[in-house]
Design a protein. Structure first.
Ligand code: SAH
Ligand code: SF4
Length: 342
């Protein structure tokens, strides 16, 4: 039997797990159907995670990177980046200020930077944890299992490692020298080590097909991530993909909405890359399933040099602007750490 868009939408809102073909059909929706998809995601969001929007302060503490991802402005071969590393004192200080502004989670993010050894990172995590008590999320790329375990023992709560794309050929083309199996293995190890695991995918990578995207949605659902960042690809001029087209807003919002409907209670951020495409996109994402915002708390002197993609520093909203947006939407700021199962 061939099901129509509205029938599949109704079924998945009720908990039905769609096939890949049905996901493809949902993702090829026309505009009015896309609105229905986003409205359904908004209802599922309200029912399963409520009206709270969790704020995670992100500090981008190093832009050194040994990888050469084709999509990313921080890739090692981009010689035009002014590289910086924040000191342990600076990181602890920023975390303290985030806490005093009422944030409940601090995300420590960097390029893949081996200068931050297991020991150095352990010390930073301990100090942040002891002085603030905040939930600590790490986003440092792929590291050996023993690093993940050591940092967990020091008090890290969550780890953010996007799978980027579930297509092996695309992943391995765009991340030279890296294997998708290692990435997926890291995600498994992180879960086993007791982290809440965040992941996610990039929408609109050059060469990505609608089928790849349907597979990504299925992959997110099967893996049962605690957080999923869905963001469009933004070309960076100083990368091999600099002349490619960006991801499409409606497609990214559609995938976000579908991810909400299917995963039910996962934490879904309204990503900064969405608002690079369109200043209204952050609001639209919050009305299409998203329940997390990530204000940038990186000191201004550094922030401008953390250009994973262009427009990032400018697209970030200050915390007071985010707060205003939350109230305008009739939502509330999360009062706890906003763990998935809390
Ligand atoms: N080095 C770490 C964390 C920093 S990169 C890592 O790679 O995991 C954080 C995320 O930025 C990546 O996971 C990727 O999804 C995203 N990103 C990088 N370049 C991008 C681009 N041009 N457009 C959209 N997202 C991008
Ligand atoms: Fe480095 Fe992460 Fe950028 Fe890849 S995406 S080049 S690992 S910062």
């Amino acid at each position: 039997m061939v099901l129509k868009f509205s029938e599949i939408l109704q079924a998945i809102e009720g908990g039905y797990r769609p096939s890949k073909e049905e996901i493809l059909l949902l993702l090829s929706a026309e505009e009015s159907q896309m609105n229905d998809l986003q409205d359904a995601a908004d209802r599922v969001r309200r029912k399963f995670v409520g009206d709270e929007i969790h704020l995670r302060g992100i500090v981008e503490f190093s832009n050194f990177c040994i990888q050469n991802c084709w999509y990313c402005g921080l890739r090692q071969e981009n010689r035009q980046v002014d590289r910086y590393r924040m000191t342990a004192d600076e990181i602890v200080d920023v975390a303290g200020r985030a806490k005093s502004r009422g944030l409940k989670t601090i995300v420590l993010q960097s390029g893949e930077d081996p200068w931050f050894t297991r020991e150095r990172m352990s010390e930073i995590i301990s100090r942040v944890k002891k002085s603030t008590g905040l939930a600590v999320t790490l986003s440092l790329g792929e590291r050996p299992e023993e690093d993940y375990r050591a940092w967990k023992r020091k008090g890290a709560d969550r780890y953010l490692l996007k799978f980027e794309t579930s297509s092996q050929s695309l992943f391995e083309r765009l991340r030279p020298g890296r294997k998708i199996s290692d990435r997926l293995n890291s995600l498994k190890i992180l879960k086993k080590a007791g982290y809440e695991v965040g992941s996610g995918n990039i929408i609109g990578l050059p060469g990505q097909t609608p089928e790849d995207l349907a597979n990504d949605v299925k992959f997110s659902l099967d893996y049962d991530f605690d957080m999923i960042g869905v963001g469009p690809f933004i070309p960076h001029p100083q990368t091999p993909l600099g002349r490619s087209s960006p991801g499409m807003l409606t497609q990214a919002l559609g995938i976000l909405a579908l991810t909400r409907i299917l995963t039910r209670d996962t934490n879904l951020p309204a990503t900064t890359s969405l608002s690079v495409l369109n200043p209204e996109a952050r609001r639209r994402a919050l009305q299409a399933g998203a329940n997390v915002l990530m204000p940038d708390v990186t000191p201004w002197v550094y922030r401008q040099h953390y250009q994973i993609y262009p427009g990032k520093a400018q697209a970030k909203l200050e915390e007071d602007e985010l707060t205003e947006l939350i109230f305008r939407l009739g939502r509330k700021i999360g009062r706890g750490p906003g763990s998935r199962k809390s």
